[in-house]
Design a binder for this molecule. Structure first.
Ligand SMILES: Cc1ncc(COP(=O)(O)O)c(C=O)c1O
Length: 351
């Protein structure tokens, strides 16, 4: 790996602003590695800045690209810590395979992530819930218009010193009963840009109606809950957590699987089963379902205040955040920020 002098200069000049927001302030360096002639080349660390691409780079036309989202935490003078980074590495290659992108080695992926975290260690905000958000991605760079898998790619890692994702306490959620995010046999389980581009209109429509996010239902029956915007979904029934099973239409979230493990270790019952939206709304009205929340790396756990339907009807929880969302969020964040020990190998310290 080559860390250029320009990258070192960019780091020594960088000043972290007081207010960072989420994903708004970019770290001064990035990692880059090219795929050509059937193999990945050498990794370089260069200053963050524009890159040159041909207008015919296939990513612009056929969206052949994948990405990951992960965080490095620092708290109470400890860290930086990565949370289950190999899960991101494995999911990255799962997405690569689905999108006909050549897989990348653990050495290149983790080498790039660890080096960026280590070089940016002084710019990781330490307030609870703040982090260095890390975005590894690969995109097709071959410069022609043939609809064929690209023969050239670029792997990059950029990072962003970030505060908490949602500053508002709880979300209002519009049930999306027409558009779908994913369908059986499609790309819903891969982290690829097209899934997100296709979901933006629903969020625009939700915002017009005064909602913060939209809830995705299954493509066949428009009845079963899949995900909430770009996050996994949980409903709480007293001391029981309920979440839909992952499938080829639901992203296998690392926060989701970590919460399932933590809940089970804490004696909370977890049921992985399909959730019928109409039954859920009835259960909210009858107060059988006491809380609901979405989870993901960026937002950690975000409680839901109420669901709304196109008819204008609203289904509200008595309390948001509720006790379960608060307890699980604290437990997970304490582990991620190194205040509490979690299951083996969940938290990796970067030198
Ligand atoms: C569509 C979608 N679902 C769920 C998640 C949550 O996954 P994770 O907990 O691994 O961040 C994400 C974010 O990565 C996502 O983009």
């Amino acid at each position: 790996m080559n860390i250029t002098q320009e990258a070192r200069d960019a780091i020594s000049k960088f000043k972290l602003p007081q207010e960072v927001g989420f994903g708004q302030v970019l770290a001064p360096v990035m990692a880059s590695c090219d795929y050509e002639n059937g193999k990945w080349g050498d990794l370089e660390i260069i200053p963050y800045g524009p890159i040159k691409l041909y207008p015919t780079a296939k990513v612009f036309h056929y969206a052949q690209e994948i990405f990951e989202g992960m965080k490095a935490y620092k708290a109470d003078g400890n860290g930086p810590f990565l949370f289950r980074p190999l899960e991101n590495f494995h999911r990255f290659n799962f997405s690569a395979k689905r999108m006909a992108i050549p897989e990348i080695s653990e050495e290149v992926f983790m080498g790039a992530v660890n080096t960026i975290v280590s070089l940016c260690s002084d710019f990781i905000p330490e307030e609870a819930g703040s982090s260095l958000y890390i975005r590894p991605f690969i995109f097709a760079t071959e410069e022609n218009l043939g609809i064929k898998p690209s023969q050239k790619f670029k792997f990059m890692v950029v990072a962003s010193p970030s505060g908490t994702y949602y500053s508002a306490g709880a979300m209002s959620v519009l049930i999306q009963r027409e558009m779908v995010r994913a369908f059986p046999g499609g790309t819903g389980a891969a982290k690829t840009g097209g899934n997100y581009a296709g979901s933006l209109l629903s969020n625009v429509e939700a915002a017009k109606k005064g909602y913060m996010n939209s809830l995705w239902l299954d493509a066949k029956e428009h009845t079963y809950i899949e995900e909430l915007s770009g996050m996994n979904f949980f409903a709480v029934y007293g001391n029981e957590l309920v979440t839909p099973p992952v499938s080829d239409t639901i992203l296998d979230g690392i926060t989701r699987k970590s919460l399932i493990d933590l809940a089970e270790l804490s004696g909370i019952k977890v049921s992985v089963r399909k959730i019928n939206i109409n039954e859920l709304l009835e259960d909210i009205e009858q107060k059988r379902c006491t809380e609901a929340f979405a989870c993901g790396t960026a937002a950690i756990i975000t409680p839901i205040e109420y669901f709304g339907d196109d008819s204008g009807q609203k289904y509200s929880f008595e309390k948001a955040p509720g006790e379960m969302s608060t307890q699980l969020r604290e437990m997970l964040l304490d582990i991620q920020e190194g205040r509490r020990s979690g299951p083996e190998n969940w938290v990796i310290k970067i030198d």
